[in-house]
Every structure is written in structure tokens, then in C-alpha cells.
Write a protein that binds this ligand. Structure first.
Ligand code: FAD
Length: 286
């Protein structure tokens, strides 16, 4: 449960799933929710399409997980392109569905949004929305953080200062961007503690089970790929099953090391793959 994360009573295991874009994709994700629930995660978070393109779908999935599967659910919400009144409406819908947790994000500029519109947004940063949510709703709020710095930040230091503002605005825990090198996370965690951020941090971990993930999601995240993972992709990338096994093995070693180093939570970017997630969970639970 998220309570265990907030109280730091155990290392929580949580999943991120995405409703995706089309109706068929959405139905396919929906059909996998029971399989994810069977793995008994502490909570499941559901992403929000860029610019809120999947807002209704996020709420529908989050509601099913919360009400039907009875697993703590965190709905992602971005503020780019939204007014206070839109955010308020969304919150009321989530409240009605019994959801208590929001991952509050600024979001990226959608391709359909001009620079001028982006620059005149009502909530400038995630911390502005978090402050609003804290003052006007009873949700428990999480924020995003970036062990390798957010791509727009002028420096690692300025990103950390803004992260502190996010926590002071009301984020009660953080989830990291995905990373593949635990040393980067350990250095980040030290710096975070040094500047007085004490909230729990979930480490965002993504299994790499095919070579083309590198060119897609990993490239977008800006996360660096260590030599060991690069070598593994070179060695196994052309054989689907071997790559899957090697990718799972890498991620399992990464998670076990994080647990040994006292991480607060492991947040698996599941890519909507219950079978791969099940194998990871089985191996990290031994
Ligand atoms: P912010 O915290 O607002 O930071 C954005 C940039 O502004 C940073 O460079 C920061 O240093 C800077 N900044 C912050 N405050 C100030 C200030 N006061 N003055 C000047 N600069 C400032 N995107 C989606 O569209 N949907 C999702 O569901 C989604 N889920 C995510 C989950 C996680 C765990 C993570 C790590 C990212 C997710 N994203 C999602 C991507 C996210 O929307 C982008 O990374 C976005 O570019 C930044 O969002 P943020 O909330 O971190 O922004």
C-alpha cells in the first residue's frame, strides 16, 4: 500500500501502466489489469496522455483498479493546457471513483500546441499545480524527479532546487524517471538528502527486452545507457527470447541491488507487459 511507502515500513513494489491512444489499445490494456493485480503490487499508477489526450481513459482504468481490484491507485495528471477549472473537474471525477493519489506533472508541450500557448499556461510548473491541489483537495500527491536532470533544466543544481520547491508545495513522495545505472540514483539520492528533501523516493525501473526500446522510449527519457546494457543489446538484440531473458536478468539485478541499498520503493515501468512483469516480480521476491 502507498501507506507503507509514506511510512517507510517496507520497500514497496508498484507498477506503471498506460492507457495508450486508440480504443483497441485501451481495451487491450484493460484486459491485462487483472493479470497485473494478481502480482499484488502495493499500488498501480496510470499515466495521462500528453496534453490530457487520454484523461477519460486514465480515470476509467484508475477507477477499475481502485474499485474492482481494490489496489491503491495513483492517477497521473498533467497541467499543460489546462485551467484551474479543468483540474478541479478532473479531481472531482477522481474523488467520485474513490481515488486518493495523484501524480502531479507539468507535462510536455503536445505537438498540437504552439509555443506561445505553452508559454502562457496557467500552471507554469508541476509545483504550482501541487500547491493548488494541496490547498483545494484532499489528495495525497506525488511528483516526478530526474536522477540525470530534467532535459530543460539549466543545471542539476537548479533542478534540485525546483524539486525541493515541489516537495515544499505538497508532494509527499517522488517517483524517478527511469534509469539503468544504480550509481546515478545513489548519487542523486545523496544530493536530495543533502538539500533537506526527506520524502520517500520510488526508483523508476524499466525492463529492456528488445533492442528497439533504446531508440524509442529510452531515447525520449534521456536516460543514459551503461556499457553493460549496451553490450547486452549487441549480444542478444537479434534474438527475441535471449534478449528478453537477458533484459529481465539485468533489471532483476538492478532491483535487488536497490533493495540492498535501502530504496524506499521500486516503481516498474511495465510497458503494459504483465508476463515480463510477473517474471521480474517472481525473481525479486525469492
Ligand atoms: P516540472 O517539475 O514542472 O519541471 C519541468 C522543468 O521546469 C524542469 O526542468 C524544472 O527544473 C523546471 N522548473 C521547475 N520549477 C521551476 C521554476 N519555479 N522556475 C524555473 N524552472 C522550473 N508526462 C505525461 O504527459 N503524462 C504522464 O503520465 C507522465 N508521467 C510521468 C511520470 C514520471 C515518474 C516522470 C518522471 C515523468 C512523467 N511524465 C509524464 C513526463 C513529464 O510530464 C515530463 O518530464 C515533463 O517535461 C516535466 O514534468 P514535471 O512534472 O517533472 O515538470
Amino acid at each position: 500500500m502507498i501507506k507503507d511507502l509514506l511510512n517507510k515500513t517496507k520497500t514497496t513494489i508498484s507498477f506503471e501502466i498506460s492507457p495508450l491512444k486508440t480504443e483497441d489499445e485501451f481495451q487491450a490494456v484493460f484486459a491485462k489489469l487483472d493479470a497485473f493485480a494478481a502480482l499484488k503490487p502495493d499500488f498501480i499508477s496510470c499515466t495521462y496522455g500528453a496534453g490530457g489526450s487520454s484523461a477519460g481513459k486514465t480515470i476509467e482504468i484508475a477507477s477499475y483498479i481502485q474499485q474492482h481490484l481494490q489496489i491503491d491507485t495513483m492517477a497521473h495528471m498533467t497541467c499543460v493546457g489546462f485551467k484551474q477549472s479543468d483540474i478541479q473537474k478532473n479531481c472531482e471525477l477522481l474523488e467520485k471513483e474513490g481515488i486518493h493519489y495523484i501524480m502531479a506533472l507539468r507535462g510536455d508541450r503536445p505537438q498540437t500546441m504552439g509555443k506561445e500557448q505553452f508559454n502562457s499556461r496557467e500552471f507554469l510548473y508541476a509545483s504550482d499545480m501541487i500547491r493548488y491541489l494541496k490547498a483545494n483537495t484532499s489528495f495525497s500527491i506525488a511528483g516526478a524527479c530526474y536522477p540525470e536532470k530534467h532535459y530543460e533544466a539549466a543545471s542539476f543544481e537548479s533542478d534540485l532546487i525546483h524539486l525541493k520547491e515541489k516537495v515544499e508545495a505538497g508532494a509527499s513522495f517522488l517517483v524517478t524517471q527511469l534509469f539503468f545505472d544504480n550509481d546515478i540514483f545513489y548519487r542523486f539520492r545523496e544530493r536530495v538528502m543533502d538539500i533537506g528533501i526527506a520524502v520517500p523516493i520510488c526508483a523508476g525501473i524499466m525492463p529492456v527486452i528488445s533492442a528497439n526500446q533504446i531508440s524509442k522510449s529510452i531515447h525520449l527519457s534521456g536516460s543514459s545507457v551503461p556499457k553493460e546494457l549496451e553490450n547486452l543489446i549487441t549480444a542478444y538484440g537479434k534474438n527475441k527470447e535471449d534478449m528478453r531473458k537477458a533484459g529481465i536478468d539485468y533489471v532483476v539485478r538492478q532491483i535487488l541491488d536497490l533493495k540492498e541499498h535501502g530504496v524506499d520503493g521500486i516503481h516498474i515501468y511495465t510497458m503494459n507487459w504483465p508476463k515480463t512483469t510477473a517474471e521480474i516480480v517472481a525473481q525479486i521476491s525469492i
